[in-house]
Design a protein. Structure first.
Lengths: 181, 103
């Protein structure tokens, strides 16, 4: 099952990503997208209305993404999971990539981060310059929410210590037995 | 699905896998609060490495691995992650530079 890809960025932000997307007219996205087959089966809504299709992927800026990720964690404490996937990507279609190759332009790669709670998927991408700031915030969010994991119990160490002392006692008694016999 | 029991082995093999094919390798994490379980997966769609845990200490280790992958993916597979791990260093780059000058 391939979820439909509809990349959306707020028009007010003037990041490089949104600029690239504005350059891409719809038809190119449809033909080059890997989900072209699936998209042709469904009636094609305009790319801006990703909210109509709850399964579509929403591409956000790093900070809104982190906010959404936080709320995903908060809403999935009773049941449900949170998946986060990291992948290197240039965020360009194959057509664009080939064009850039032939033109001799170096492809810039970014780190694509996706998060889902099984129902909603959000994503963002960070480049070489902003990845450190993002990873710090990301780490903070994870630390704050992954609280259900077990802490290392010192009882285990105590039990191990007791077990070794018991073993020693057992060995000494075992040694005694054959001697007696 | 290969579940790896040693954390260090998981990290080493994951980084190797990524460096071998940086464009198809992805790193996924699944957290279930209801079960208190964390599962990590690194795959290039041919091989798959997984690690699961319920320990907080592993979450701290995962943080470092996250940093490694962020650096590798954002900057490129040849990125120097010595600042992150303290163990990985791009010696190959150093030798490349040295080859021309060693006489």
């Amino acid at each position: 099952f391939i979820s439909a890809h509809r990349r959306v960025s707020p028009p007010s932000l003037s990041s490089r990503l949104s600029a690239e997307k504005e350059e891409n007219p719809e038809p190119k996205d449809r033909s080059s997208s890997s989900c072209a087959a699936e998209e042709s089966e469904k009636p094609l809504p305009p790319p801006a209305r990703s909210q109509l299709n709850p399964r579509s992927m929403v591409l956000l800026q790093p900070d809104p993404f982190l906010n959404e990720l936080t709320s995903m964690f908060e809403h999935s404490t009773e049941k449900g999971s949170v998946w986060v996937t990291l992948k290197r990507s240039s965020l360009k279609s194959k057509v664009q990539r080939n064009k850039m190759k032939t033109a001799g332009e170096p492809l810039d790669y970014r780190c694509l981060i996706r998060a889902t709670n099984g129902k909603k998927t959000i994503s963002t991408s960070v480049g070489a310059k902003d990845h450190q700031k993002f990873q710090a915030s990301y780490a903070t969010i994870l630390k704050a929410h992954m609280t259900a994991l077990k802490k290392r119990e010192r009882k285990d160490k105590k039990k191990a210590a007791d077990a070794t002392t018991n073993k020693k006692d057992g060995e000494s008694s075992k040694n005694k037995k054959p001697k007696k016999v | 699905m290969v579940y790896i029991t040693s954390w260090d082995e998981f990290v080493e093999r994951s980084v190797q896998l990524f460096r071998a094919d940086p464009n198809s390798t992805r790193y996924a994490m699944k957290y279930r609060h209801s079960e208190g379980k964390l599962v990590l997966k690194v795959t290039d769609n041919i091989q798959c490495l997984k690690f699961k845990t319920d320990q907080t200490q592993d979450a701290k280790k995962m943080e470092k691995l996250n940093n490694i992958f962020f650096t590798l993916m954002a900057r490129g597979p040849d990125a120097d992650i010595s600042e992150v791990t303290g163990k990985e260093q791009m010696e190959t780059q150093a030798t490349k530079r040295g080859r021309g000058r060693k006489q």
